[in-house]
Design a protein around this ligand. Structure first.
Ligand code: NAD
Length: 360
């Protein structure tokens, strides 16, 4: 049996997470998986009842779980709180508590949504990219950091630093992902200018010796940004340090569609955390209009990466694709001639499609 900690959070978080759990239950039924779900508060709602966005009890639930399914946190109600108790601190503290150093963001185009992309059909058709971003090092955390005042006035300092173990572990995650996919890894750096990138390139190449079946190439980050929009089909898995990965993962994600479609996984040495890339969308919360597909696909990633149930994960992706093929859309991805459905109905349709299998 696998235990999943469910942290719905704020805004549309509970609405989309409920649909993800619904689809996971349907998938468990079809593939004979035993899943137990344990819900706990995180974010603004947790602050309201416990005075902190990450209560100890929530942390304890997560520690005992095999994986964490998270919705989204935040909202205008909590925007004036002191920074250290804001809802967003809850998710940052969770990432830190589990040392979630690898952020995986797939960008896969559903055939039914090809014409919704801003890129031409022939460029975008068939795109299926996984960006692996280093999440706990680099410029965002390197010391020294801060704004100081010296004789020449103010100066802002950030430090781009990477150690061998940090590079080795993220490279290994990326090679393993490539091994399970189309066996092509592109490492992105700025090794012509940055010392940290020079080390990054050397160590990624070394780690690659243990993965002879994976083709490795290196791109400078400026060129990678251009190639992602010029020929996105040339990419399979992309690995990059924190800052470059932040930018590249947004660029790759937006090739393929709405923010409501995009899942993510954050992995460390223990429990993994799965969440849609969108926020709590307070503007549409409580209206049954949010797109639950990003949350549902986050559930699929949970099955694939934490529970090693790849076939069950693929069944969810296929169910989403078939429901879109039939013309069902939430308002954010509506196109002429499609049928608009709400959050619950979209979840029901995908759960039904999972139960029915690929013949539906
Ligand atoms: P957002 O992602 O919540 O919303 C941006 C826009 O996308 C909005 O117009 C929203 O309606 C739309 N949108 C988002 N998800 C959607 C979905 N599933 N279906 C349909 N439309 C969707 O970003 P924001 O407005 O910048 O932030 C709102 C709140 O969320 C803030 O408090 C922010 O701090 C928080 N936030 C949380 C996370 C997280 O929990 N990981 C991430 C980003 C933002």
């Amino acid at each position: 049996m696998a235990t999943i900690a469910v942290l719905p959070g704020d805004g549309i978080g509970p609405e989309v997470t409920r649909e993800a759990v619904k689809v996971l239950r349907a998938t468990a039924g079809r593939f004979h998986l035993t899943l137990a779900f344990q819900e706990a508060p995180l974010g603004g709602g947790a602050y309201d009842v416990a005075g902190t966005p990450l209560p100890d009890q929530t942390l304890a639930v997560c520690r005992q779980a095999d994986a964490i399914l998270f919705g989204a946190v935040g909202g205008p109600r909590w925007d004036t709180l002191p920074r250290k108790v804001r809802p967003e601190q809850g998710i940052l503290a969770l990432r830190k508590a589990f040392d979630l150093y690898a952020n995986l963001r797939p960008a896969k185009l559903f055939p039914a949504l090809t014409d919704a992309s801003t890129l031409k059909r022939e460029v975008i058709e068939g795109v299926d990219i996984l960006v692996v971003r280093e999440l706990t090092g680099g410029l965002y955390f390197g010391q020294p950091k801060g704004i100081q005042t010296g004789p020449e006035g103010e100066r802002g300092v950030d430090t781009l630093i990477y150690t061998r173990p940090e590079i080795e572990r993220i490279a290994k995650v990326a090679f393993e992902a490539a091994e399970r996919r189309r066996k092509h890894l592109t490492s992105v750096d700025k090794a012509n200018v940055l010392a940290s990138s020079e080390l990054w390139r050397r160590i990624v190449t070394e780690v690659g010796m243990a993965f002879p079946g994976v083709r490795l190439d290196h791109l400078y980050v400026d060129n990678a940004c251009m190639q992602l929009v010029r020929q996105p089909k040339a990419f399979d898995v992309v690995v990059a340090e924190n800052t470059f990965g932040d930018i590249l993962s947004d660029e790759a994600a937006m090739l393929t569609g709405s923010i409501g479609l995009l899942p993510s996984a954050s992995l460390g040495n223990g429990v993994g955390l799965y969440e849609p890339i969108h926020g709590s969308a307070p503007d549409i919360a409580g209206q049954d209009t949010a797109n639950p597909i990003a949350a549902i696909l986050s559930g699929a990633m949970l099955l694939e990466y934490s529970l090693k149930a790849g076939t069950a994960a693929a069944a969810i992706e296929s169910a989403v694709s078939r429901v879109l093929d039939k013309g069902y859309r939430t308002p954010d991805i509506q196109q002429p001639g499609t049928q608009i459905v709400g959050t619950r109905r979209m979840g029901d349709l995908i759960a039904e499609a999972v139960r029915a299998g690929s013949g539906s």
